[in-house]
Ligand binder design. Structure first.
Ligand code: PLP
Length: 469
């Protein structure tokens, strides 16, 4: 299996070669040359597998340059008991017959990004060891992604993490989660500025090509193909746990921001998994809901991007969306390239001529929720099903109600646990979310963090002084 760019300007390369890269050299995103196909018989033969065994099968279709037994060892470590707070790794939690949550938030940071990051941590270490090479991950976070990356990469050979976060803008829970890590290869830099200042510093360092190559800078952002492919696994898992025989259909509802999670569902469907609908749910930042309703893609400026009660979905543009457009346009890189040039010039593009295909050919439907919708949904699910859900999951539960069909199970992806967003839970039900047993002492642990100005030179010096040579 080789990978090409959505903009047609990259020579085909195997998995390990695109693993450590961000954007393709032509500015596009890596995509498999074609989607591996999974037959009904193959799928049936996977029913008895554990989550790590299934992950090795599905990922083995994309990762053909790592021997199968080695890949199995990586998925066994990534999804080991003890890493995830559920024997099943991904439990299916039934709310009522035909309507369930797919529990993706049992990992160390209580959000679904652990699912992909834990695999990424293993495969990074493997490839860097093979190549006798090192990598310094430099990133900016406002919460979820940074902590998932740190937990996945702590103590890994050959990798160091320098994670910038905005000083005074992280919740106490987020701070305790990240800053309590004492591993030598994890560096928390608290920057006196907002998230965008952190992001700008990362961009400035990555844009300094001499510094970048001298210090082996890398990223673990949401466009990373290893993350996308690791997410494909749980769509297969969810289908296997909700069906009893070949050909039965299942729909998935996905709280969406950067279009990474639901893109993996699209890929699973293209591989032959019998998915009926992919229900895309957004909050008030409805760039994607608008596209699937109108065919017009119109990213927003920061003045039109709202801070909502489902903050991990507060995006102005959807970084992975280009990969879907590549498929929509028959995998024609020159057409994608032209569209993104138009986007840069005009701020939007119009694919409404393809509107009927979104649902008929690709199974996509969409909806958006408001703050009040999420509060009502959290309260309603708590009352009716004695189950507490977080505001991101609530967004998808709300939207999914409109698309339920008799005889077709609907799985809502649970992308975070309520303990992470306790303020909103309190607003919805009048009391805070319970903190999981194993995290009760977190706030009292000593924290390792360095505070600095929003100054590229200071961050650069810190990396030079602390990166392994
Ligand atoms: C990142 C995140 C999302 C959005 O996922 P995308 O892959 O960006 O669409 C939704 N919910 C939670 C809790 C997240 O952390």
């Amino acid at each position: 299996m080789n990978y090409v760019s959505t903009r047609g300007g990259m020579k085909a390369q195997p998995f390990s070669d695109i693993l450590l890269e961000g954007l393709a050299p032509d500015g596009g995103l890596a995509m498999p040359e074609s989607y591996p196909q999974v037959s009904a018989d193959m799928l049936e033969s996977w029913r008895a597998l554990s989550y790590p065994e299934l992950a090795a099968k599905v990922l083995g279709l994309f990762v053909t340059d790592i021997p199968a037994d080695e890949l199995s060892a990586l998925t066994a470590r990534a999804y080991a008991p003890g890493v995830f707070d559920s024997e099943q790794v991904v439990p299916v939690k039934e709310l009522e017959p035909g309507f369930s949550l797919l529990g993706l938030s049992q990992g160390p940071t209580l959000a679904f990004k652990d699912m992909a990051m834990q695999f990424l941590g293993q495969v990074f270490e493997y490839v860097l060891t093979q190549r006798n090479s090192t990598l310094n991950i430099v990133g900016a976070t406002s919460g979820d992604t940074g902590s998932a990356a740190e937990y996945a990469l702590r103590g890994k050979r050959g990798v160091s993490v320098f994670m910038l976060s905005p000083f005074g803008r992280m919740s106490a829970f987020q701070r305790a989660q990240m800053y309590s890590l004492q591993d030598e290869n994890i560096h928390n830099l608290s920057v006196k500025g907002v998230f965008d200042d952190c992001q700008d510093i990362v961009k400035a360092l990555a844009g300094d090509l001499q510094f970048k190559s001298q210090w082996h800078l890398g990223a673990v952002n949401s466009i990373n193909w290893a993350r996308i492919s690791a997410q494909v696994v749980y769509y297969f898992w969810g289908w296997l746990r909700s069906t009893t025989e070949a050909g039965q259909k299942v729909s998935f509802a996905v709280p969406s921001g950067n279009f990474g999670n639901i893109l993996s569902g699209h890929i699973a469907r293209q591989m032959g998994l019998p998915i009926h609908q992919l229900v895309l749910a957004t909050n008030e930042n409805n760039v994607l809901e608008e596209f699937f309703r109108t065919g017009i893609y119109r990213p927003r400026g920061s003045d039109q991007t709202y801070a909502t009660s489902s903050p991990s979905m507060d995006i102005s543009r959807a970084s992975n969306f280009e990969r879907f457009v590549f498929d929509l346009l028959g995998r024609d890189g020159s057409k994608v390239k032209a569209l993104w040039e138009q986007l840069a010039k005009e701020g939007q593009f119009d694919l409404s001529e393809h509107l009927p295909r979104f649902k008929e050919e690709f199974g996509f439907v969409a909806g958006a929720s408001s703050h009040q919708d999420r509060l009502d949904t959290i309260a309603q699910v708590n009352q009716q099903h004695q189950t507490l859900i977080d505001p991101h999951t609530a967004d998808a539960v709300k939207v999914a109600q409109n698309f339920r069909e008799a005889g077709i199970p609907m799985l809502v992806l649970e992308t975070a646990l309520p303990a992470k967003f306790s303020e909103t839970i309190e607003e919805a039900i009048g009391q805070p979310a319970p903190v999981p047993e194993h995290l009760r002492g977190l706030a009292a642990l000593p924290q390792k963090v360095v505070v600095m100005d929003a100054d590229v030179a200071q961050v650069r010096r810190y990396i030079e002084e602390h990166a392994p040579r």
